[in-house]
Each structure stands twice: as structure tokens, then as C-alpha cells.
Ligand binder design. Sequence first.
Ligand SMILES: Nc1ncnc2c1ncn2[C@@H]1O[C@H](COP(=O)(O)OP(=O)(O)O)[C@@H](O)[C@H]1O
Ligand code: SF4
Ligand SMILES: [Mg+2]
Length: 511
Amino acid sequence: MSETTKNQSADGEVLLKVEGLTKHFPIKKGILQRQVGAVKAVDGIDFEVRKGETLGVVGESGCGKSTMGRVITRLQDPTDGTITFDGQDITRLNTAQMRPLRRDIQMIFQDPYGSLNPRHTIGSIVSAPFRLQNVEPEGGVKKEVQRLLELVGLSPEHYNRYPHEFSGGQRQRIGIARALALKPKLVVADEPVSALDVSIQAQVVNLMDDLQEELGLTYVIIAHDLSVVRHVSDRIAVMYLGKIVELADRTSLYEAPMHPYTKALMSAVPVPDPKRRGQKSERILLRGDVPSPIAPPSGCRFHTRCWKATQICKTTEPQLVELRPGQRVACHHPENFADQAPQDTVLLSAAKEAAELVADEVLAESAQTSQALASAVAEEEAGAEEATAEEAEVSEEASASEEAEVSEESSASEESSASEESSASEEASASEEAEAAEETAASEEASAPEEAEASEEAEASEETAETEAEAEAEAVAAADEPEADGKPASSGKAEVTGTKDKSAGTADDQD
Ligand SMILES: Nc1ncnc2c1ncn2[C@@H]1O[C@H](COP(=O)(O)OP(=O)(O)O)[C@@H](O)[C@H]1O
Ligand code: SF4
Ligand SMILES: [Mg+2]
């Protein structure tokens, strides 16, 4: 994203406004199915997306990013809060009321294998939005679909072929073509490249970036690490356990992150400078488990893993406040800020763990770290090709925390198994009224809501059966997710960092 676009969008009109957004999944137990708790997947978040900008949303697996994406696109109902799209309150619109808005709000899913129905041709998949919305594009559907295929770097001849004939990267391009068919205003992409081979990730990210400029799109791009959103985002929201802990424009976030969690996430991203490659002290390792979203820690949710936590962090939840222009942070002792040092005694348990997590020198060098990252950002375009070598270095550290994450996720899923059942029926009923994706395959979590959008207009009962299967698949999303998200955070980072090249946005992965 160019600086010009960034500045334009900084003052731009708001397309999406989210206030106090909450999504709790009830946990029910016993014969009476009494609610005994809730998975607080999204727990009160506020943000805006301006026309033409890209908002990146990052955070570890399980912190509520996908749920947020599904709720803002109204594939799931919010528990609380409001969602305003293009000036219209869409929080409580039902499926029929949402239908006209489906043209304007589209979602791209993580899994390019599961999100395309293997029994449908590419032509039928990409043209589905026209059928479902009764839109006859100028020149006819086939011509328009072929134009869309070309737009995403595929060949018009692919029209009659089937998904299995394509690579992961190509399938994701097909998913993008489908999402763009009706010229949406907002595209929410949930980890659009996480499932792709490292070498293909940058191509797809760059394609999305190019299409944004060409078509004037507004994006919310969800990712579990900063490397993917780094180049394409105007602003970045960092999520932790259902909350936004920092929201800032890209430059501020990279040059001077203010939330300790942002800083930790960032230090897991390789610094593309060979001179600093050996300097382990530039990394903050987040070990320990991500706490359960069923019973998040009191006060600041990050206090159980934060090396700066004090008593107030444990008792008082910090609000997301603008500490610098355009930079909102929820922290009692923010980094890169005048009074960043904890005034209080650092919590012993947190400090003790932190002593293992973070060497003393690291704390002392914290300002230097930010400085290093700042210059790394400045140098990144020039020194990009160095990045690949960094990948190996970061992977062992990253995978340690990812493993912890995965185990936490699975236990959270176990705990919430009761609610899974209830959400299965919720999803199933959603799918009765659904609208969009008969081309979505049956077994994938990512495709479930999309399929749910499909079935009211689905012609055959066969399709409905598939939809129900999808609803079930959605119910086990919590269990599936860790696997998808839990791959080592390193994968793709360096490649994405290193291959930023507009020309790479063509379909190099076609064979
Ligand atoms: N349908 C559901 N029922 C119960 N819990 C869910 C459901 N969907 C997600 N969750 C839980 O909500 C939390 C956030 O999940 P998710 O939004 O998928 O996170 P992320 O996309 O950041 O990995 C997780 O603990 C997950 O297990
Ligand atoms: S310093 Fe306190 S408020 Fe800030 S992130 Fe750490 S625990 Fe949370
Ligand atoms: Mg997710």
C-alpha cells in the first residue's frame, strides 16, 4: 500500500464501524442444557474501517479473529454491540434483509481446498454470485467470469475445469474471483494465505493488493502473524483473547509498538538485516499458554504472560485509549511512552516467568529493539531478498509458542464441546435461510458460513444435505482451527517479507 493511499484513507470516509462488538458462545451442560458459561471469543471491540483502506487484524490462534470476521460480515450474529456498514446499522438484520448487502460484503476464506465445491466447474463457482443475486453482467455471465479469471491471473480457458485440477494458490485465486464478482465494497479475508505454500503466499497477498488499487476495494485482512499484513495494511489491530489491545497505523506500530503484546508478536517476525541475525536479544519469546477465553484473566488479559505486569494490571482492565495520534493502546505501562516503566512493584509471578522469558538485556534494550525494527521496516524493500535466510532462525522459537497455543486451543475446544452442539443447530438454522455457496465443499470449517449463505436458493435437497454437513463441520471448527492455525508461525514469513514484488502478483503458480 502506497503512502498516498495510506494518507487518503487516514482521513477517508468510514465504511464499517464496529462498537462494543461481543460474541459469546454459550456452554451448555446437562439434560436441561443449562448454560454454565461462555466462550468469550470476541469481548467488546471497537474499530472503524475507512473506504479504500486495509485494516490488518493479527493475534495468536484462538484470540477471536475469525469470529470477529464472521460477525462483522453477519455470517454469525453478534451477542452485543453494533455494526454499521456504509451508514446503515446491520447489527440485527435478518438473512432476507442482509441479502442485498451480500453484494457489498464478501469474505475470502482460509482454506482454498475446502471452500470450492469439487463437483462444480470453475465457471459455475465464480458465476454463483450472479445467479444468487439475479445479476446479469454486461456481456453475459460467461464473459464476465472469464474476465474475472483473467483479473486474478488465471486463464479464461479454466472456465470448464474442476477445482481438483488446480494448485492451492490457484484455488485461492478462484476464491478471490468469486468474492470480487459482484464488485463488493468490503472484503474480509480470513487468513487468506495461511494454508498456502510459502512460495505462493506473497503472490496471493500481492494480487490482493493490486486488485485493491485497481478496484478501489476496502479490506479487512486477518492473519496470525504480522508478516502477512505488514506490507498491505494501512492500519493494524492487534487482538488478544477477544480484545483489541493496540490499533495503530502501520508505521507507528512497526516503529514504536506500545503494547507489550504487540512488541512480543513483532519480535517473532524476522528482521531482514543479516548484520543483526545472530542477536537473539532482539526477540521476546512468548511462552506459556494463552489463557482460556472461557475464563479470561482479570484486569489486563495479558497480565499472566506480560513481563511488565503489576498489581493494577491484575485488578483493573486498561481501556483502549489514544496515547499518540492514530495509536490506541490498552496498557497501564505502555512501551515507547514517557511513563512506560511500571511505577509499582512488578508482579512476582509474572516477573519470575519473565525472567526466564526475557533476558535482562532485552528489557534494557527494549528501546533499541523498536529502533531496530523501525530501521528494518525502512530497509525492508531494499533488503528483502535477505529475508529467506531469516526464516529458519525464527522457526524454533516460534514453534515453541505455537505448540503451547495448540494445546490451549484443544483444551478450550474440549471445554466448549457443549456449546459446539448448540452452535451446530444455530448454524444449521442459519443455513436454512442461506444464500451463497453451493460450491462450497462439505467438510471444511472455513466454508461453513459461506455454505450457510447458500442454501435457501439451493436447487436440490442434495445441496441442503451438504449444507447440514457443513453446519456440523462448523461446530467442530474450534477443534479444527488449531491445526490450521497452529502451523509454525515462521512458515511464510520470510517469503512474504522477501518476495514483495508487484510483478509476483501474476499466476506464477499455475503449473
Ligand atoms: N462455534 C463455536 N462454538 C464455540 N466456541 C467457538 C466457536 N467458534 C469459535 N469458538 C472459540 O472461540 C475462540 C476464538 O476462536 P476464533 O475466532 O476461531 O479464533 P482465531 O480465528 O483467532 O483463531 C476459540 O477459543 C474458539 O475455540
Ligand atoms: S503492562 Fe500491564 S496492562 Fe500493560 S500489557 Fe502488561 S499486564 Fe497488561
Ligand atoms: Mg481463525
